[in-house]
Design a protein around this ligand. Structure first.
Ligand code: FDA
Length: 307
């Protein structure tokens, strides 16, 4: 399936394929499975729908990749508008937002990104909710953690993300496991060289468990982002071992991925949060999700040809 994966990743840059996906009814259904829609109203209705089955949400706005201060301002305003809509819909108890510092211009200007993130955190705080900062490429980890520290000085509930694929992450988990901290642990979605990241999936999984132990032993609120049934079973066991009651940690999954498992965990009394992407720039996100999992790719290609 590796050639298929490369093909899908290559297609993620193609405007022609994006148009084809937007206009093919079967493919539009695949988009709708992974992306909540393009506008704030779509995001709001996804939150209501997920809340109806006891799930919580973190919303990711898929906007232009930033660099220019104009687009940073637009991305910031999109989040503020979203937060206002959540408040108006009485949904801020159910939803927080996830932001990417690269979309706020961090690659070119860290201070600009910090300023934009601070505006979003202030708006979230005012609405009674909070923000989690997604983790991106390995060479942005230090910058992201610096910005996180600055934001936490004013808004201690701002969440961090750690990637178990990185060799440094166990130490980062130790540093972030303190009282009141919120840390999302994921495997990591970005390629990294072998001196920085574990190469084998089994090493990434073992690292995940070591980091989870560190977070569960600490005084913070761990957020376990994975669809992996084996990890979810181990995490449940480790949480019990550390005497963690439900509500003192949570599970997170992506919108459209293992929805039955999300509902099952929520029905068992676990806190389950769904990462819901929405926005005009849905195409790149969709292609990354498809490339991640060959079964999804085949499903998508079938939908594309069954016009
Ligand atoms: P993995 O992909 O290894 O799959 C393990 C098993 O899980 C599979 O064998 C299968 O059983 C099951 N599974 C996985 N995908 C499935 C699917 N589509 N359908 C059915 N079963 C499936 N990354 C990052 O670098 N920075 C970030 O900030 C975030 N944030 C984030 C938030 C949330 C809520 C989630 C769920 C994930 C992220 N990620 C992320 C992405 C993450 O790092 C990772 O790439 C994906 O979650 C896939 O990893 P899994 O843990 O699901 O395991």
């Amino acid at each position: 399936m590796e050639p298929l994966r490369s093909l899908i990743l290559a297609a993620s840059g193609s405007e022609r394929i994006r148009r084809l996906v937007s206009t093919t009814p079967g493919a539009r259904n695949v988009v709708a499975r992974f992306v909540a829609g393009q506008g704030v109203e779509d995001a709001r209705s996804a939150v209501s729908e997920l809340a109806a089955t006891g799930r919580y949400v973190t919303l990711d706005h898929l906007g232009e990749n930033a660099g220019e201060s104009g687009s940073v301002d637009a991305a910031t305003r999109a989040y503020v508008e979203l937060l206002d809509a959540l408040r108006a819909g009485g949904l801020t108890g159910r939803a927080e937002v996830s932001i990417k510092l690269s979309a706020l211009g961090a690659r070119a200007d860290e201070a600009l990104a910090l300023d934009a993130a601070a505006r979003i955190c202030a708006a979230a705080h005012e609405c009674g909710t909070t923000v989690t900062i997604d983790m991106e490429e390995h060479d942005s980890v230090d910058r992201t953690l610096r910005v996180l520290r600055e934001l936490r000085a004013t808004w201690p509930s701002v969440g961090a993300v750690l990637q178990s694929a990185l060799r440094r992450t166990e130490a980062d988990a130790e540093a972030l496991a303190g009282e009141g901290s919120r840390v999302r642990l994921c495997k990591g979605a970005y390629a990294a060289p072998p001196d920085v990241a574990f190469a084998k999936a089994s090493e990434v999984d073992l690292s995940y468990i070591r980091c989870a132990n560190v977070l569960l032993a600490g005084g913070g609120y761990p957020m376990f982002a994975t669809h992996d049934p084996r990890l979810i079973a181990v995490l449940g066991e480790r949480a019990r071992w550390y005497g963690r009651r439900s509500g003192t940690h949570e599970y997170q999954m992506l919108y459209g991925v293992r929805p039955d498992e999300q509902v099952r965990l929520a029905a068992e009394g676990e806190t389950v949060r769904v990462y819901v992407p929405f926005g005009e720039q849905w195409y790149g996100y969709l292609m990354r999700r498809l490339a991640e999992r060959p079964a999804n790719t085949a499903f998508f290609l079938r939908a594309l040809v069954s016009r």
